[in-house]
Design a protein around this ligand. Structure first.
Ligand SMILES: Nc1ncnc2c1ncn2[C@@H]1O[C@H](COP(=O)(O)OP(=O)(O)OP(=O)(O)O)[C@@H](O)[C@H]1O
Ligand SMILES: [Mg+2]
Length: 486
C-alpha cells in the first residue's frame, strides 16, 4: 500500500489522431478522496481503465493498491443483495455495515438485486466497492441515476471513506467530500489538494492572466510592427534622398533598429503561442428550433395516477400542459416519472385512475433514458443522410466534441459524446414538442449551460425529467413533483 506512482504515461486509442495522455506523471496517495473532472471526452474513464490495467500504455503505473470499479453490474442480477455484496470477497457482517452506512436496510438483504430501483442498485454497487480491505474504488459517475436524496446519501457515505477516485460532472456533489482534485484540462492536467471550488478559482485566475497577457502581447506586437515599418520607411527615404556617407550611415542605423523591433515582435509572438490553449471556449448553440407561441392544450390531468398491479404509482396529480410551456417533472427514483411520459406518448399500456385528456402532437423529439443503445444501434449515425448527419455533428461540435471524434464510430464515443449525439438528434429532427428524459446525465457542465441558454432563447415546447435542481429551475416554466403514495 502507499501511492500510485505514474511516470510518463502516454496513451492514444489506435484509430484516433490525438493522444489522450502524453507523458503524464503524478503521485496519488492511498488516503486521498480524489475528484476527477474534465469535459466530456477528455479521458476520465480512460484514466480509470489505465489504472485498472485494462489498456496497453506507454510509461509506468507503479502501485500495489487493489482497485475496484464502479459501475460493475453483477453477472447474475437475480442474486440476492447480500450475495452481490459478498461476491468479490468479504463477510456478511461487513456487508451489513456498509449497506447500513449507505442507507440500505436489512430487509433488503435477501431481495433479488434486480428488484431494487435504479438508485438503490447504484448504492449497493458502490458499497460493494468498499468491501475488500484496503480496496481503492475507481468510481465513474455515480450520481447519474440518483435522485436528490440518493445523491446526498452517497456524498455522505463517500465523505466517511478515504482512498478512492470519483469522476463526476456534479461540482456541488464532489465539493461535499473530495480533498484532492485532478482536472483534465484542454491541454494540461492539474493535480492539486483542496476542493473543486479551490481548483476552479485558481484555474480561473490562471485563465484570466493568460487572456490579459495575450492582449498585452498582441498590442505590443502591433506597436513593434508599426515602429519597424516606420523606421524602415525612413531608412529607405534616407537612402533615396541623398548619397553622402553620413545619410547611408544613419539609414544603416535605422535598419538596425528595424531588426531589433522585428526580433522583439517575433519573441512576443513566440510567447503568445499556446497561451490560450488550455482555455475552453464555450459558444452559444445555433440551431433552427422554433419557439412555440401557440397556446394549444397538449394534455390535462385531474386526480390522475397510473396504476401498476392495481396500486397507484404516485399520489394523484392535477396538471395542464400547453404548447408554449416548459414542464419539469421531478421526484424520487422509482416514482413513475418515465412511466408517465411514456404513458402520455402511448408507449405503455397501463390502467389509470382519475381523468385525462391527451392530445400530444405526432412529431415529438424524444430523448429516452436508453439513449446509449439508441445511438449505438441506430444506422442514422453511420449511414443516415449526410445533410441530416451534418446538422447533428454541428450541434455536437458546438457542444464541445472535437471534429475528429465526430467521424469516429459511435460505439467508441464516450458517454458524454453519446449523450450529445442523442440530444442533437432530437433537436435536428422536425418536432413540435421535445420530451427529454434526464438530459443532464453524463453531460459536462458547459454543455448543460449551453442547453439552458438555448432553451431560454428558443423557448421550445418542452417536457423534461431531471434531478439537477439548477437545470430544472433555469430551463422550465412549470414544475410538478411526483410523490410516492405511502
Ligand atoms: N475504443 C476507442 N477508440 C477510439 N477512441 C476512443 C475509444 N474509446 C474512447 N475513445 C475516445 O477517447 C476520448 C476519451 O474517452 P473517455 O471515455 O475516457 O472520456 P471521458 O472523459 O470519460 O468522457 P465522458 O465525460 O463523456 O464520460 C473520447 O473522445 C472518446 O471518443
Ligand atoms: Mg466517462
Amino acid at each position: 500500500m502507499g501511492t500510485i506512482q505514474i511516470k510518463n504515461l502516454s496513451y492514444q486509442y489506435l484509430d484516433s489522431d490525438e493522444p489522450i495522455f502524453h507523458n503524464l506523471s503524478a503521485d496519488i496517495d492511498e488516503h486521498w478522496r480524489l475528484g476527477l473532472i474534465g469535459r466530456n471526452g477528455r479521458g476520465k474513464t480512460t484514466f480509470l481503465k489505465l489504472l485498472l490495467g485494462t489498456l496497453d500504455n506507454q510509461g509506468s503505473i507503479k502501485t500495489n493498491i487493489h482497485f475496484t470499479y464502479f459501475p460493475a453490474f453483477p453477472s447474475d442480477s437475480s442474486q440476492s443483495v447480500m450475495d452481490v455484496m459478498t461476491s468479490n470477497g468479504g463477510e456478511e457482517w461487513q456487508a451489513r455495515i456498509e449497506l447500513e452506512h449507505i442507507g440500505i436496510e436489512s430487509s433488503y438483504d435477501q431481495r433479488p438485486f434486480d428488484s431494487l430501483s435504479g438508485g438503490e442498485q447504484t448504492r449497493v454497487l458502490l458499497a460493494r466497492g468498499f468491501m475488500t480491505r484496503g480496496a481503492f474504488p475507481l468510481i465513474d459517475e455515480p450520481t447519474n441515476h440518483l435522485d436528490i436524496d440518493g445523491s446526498k446519501l452517497v456524498a455522505q457515505y463517500l465523505r466517511s471513506k478515504s482512498g478512492f477516485i470519483c469522476v463526476s460532472h456534479d461540482e456541488s456533489f464532489l465539493n461535499s467530500f473530495v480533498d484532492h482534485v485532478m482536472s483534465l484540462n484542454r491541454s494540461s492536467v492539474d493535480l492539486v489538494s483542496g476542493s473543486i471550488n479551490d481548483w476552479k478559482s485558481n484555474k480561473e485566475a490562471r485563465d484570466h492572466s493568460a487572456v490579459e497577457k495575450n492582449i498585452r502581447l498582441r498590442k505590443s506586437i502591433k506597436r513593434l510592427d508599426q515602429r519597424a515599418n516606420q523606421q524602415q520607411r525612413w531608412a529607405e527615404q534616407k537612402e533615396r534622398e541623398s548619397n553622402d556617407a553620413s545619410s547611408r550611415k544613419s539609414a544603416k542605423k535605422l535598419m538596425k533598429r528595424v531588426k531589433v523591433f522585428k526580433r522583439r515582435a517575433s519573441e512576443n509572438s513566440q510567447e503568445r503561442k499556446g497561451l490560450l490553449s488550455d482555455i475552453d471556449q464555450v459558444d452559444n448553440l445555433t440551431t433552427n428550433i422554433q419557439s412555440n407561441t401557440g397556446n394549444k392544450l397538449f394534455f390535462s390531468l385531474r386526480s390522475f395516477s397510473i396504476l401498476r398491479n392495481g396500486s397507484k404509482l404516485f399520489l394523484p396529480i392535477n396538471l395542464d400542459f400547453h404548447e408554449n410551456s416548459r414542464l419539469a417533472i421531478y421526484g424520487p427514483n422509482g416514482v413513475g416519472k418515465t412511466t408517465l411520459i411514456q404513458y402520455l406518448q402511448q408507449n405503455v399500456d397501463l390502467n389509470y385512475n382519475g381523468y385525462k385528456l391527451v392530445t400530444l402532437p405526432n412529431n415529438i423529439g424524444y430523448l429516452s433514458q436508453s439513449f446509449e443503445s439508441f445511438v449505438r444501434n441506430n444506422p442514422f449515425f453511420t449511414d443516415g443522410r449526410l445533410e441530416e448527419r451534418t446538422n447533428v455533428w454541428n450541434i455536437m461540435h458546438q457542444l464541445g466534441v472535437s471534429r475528429s471524434r465526430l467521424l469516429a464510430s459511435p460505439k467508441e464515443w464516450s458517454m458524454g459524446e453519446t449523450k450529445k449525439a442523442a440530444l442533437a438528434y432530437t433537436l435536428t429532427q422536425p418536432h413540435t414538442l421535445l420530451i427529454w428524459d434526464e438530459p443532464t446525465n453524463y453531460l459536462d457542465i458547459s454543455a448543460r449551460e449551453q442547453l439552458i441558454n438555448l432553451i431560454k432563447e428558443s423557448q421550445p415546447s418542452l417536457i423534461l425529467i431531471d434531478h439537477d435542481e439548477h437545470f430544472i429551475s433555469e430551463a422550465s416554466t412549470q414544475q410538478i413533483e411526483l410523490r410516492r403514495p405511502d
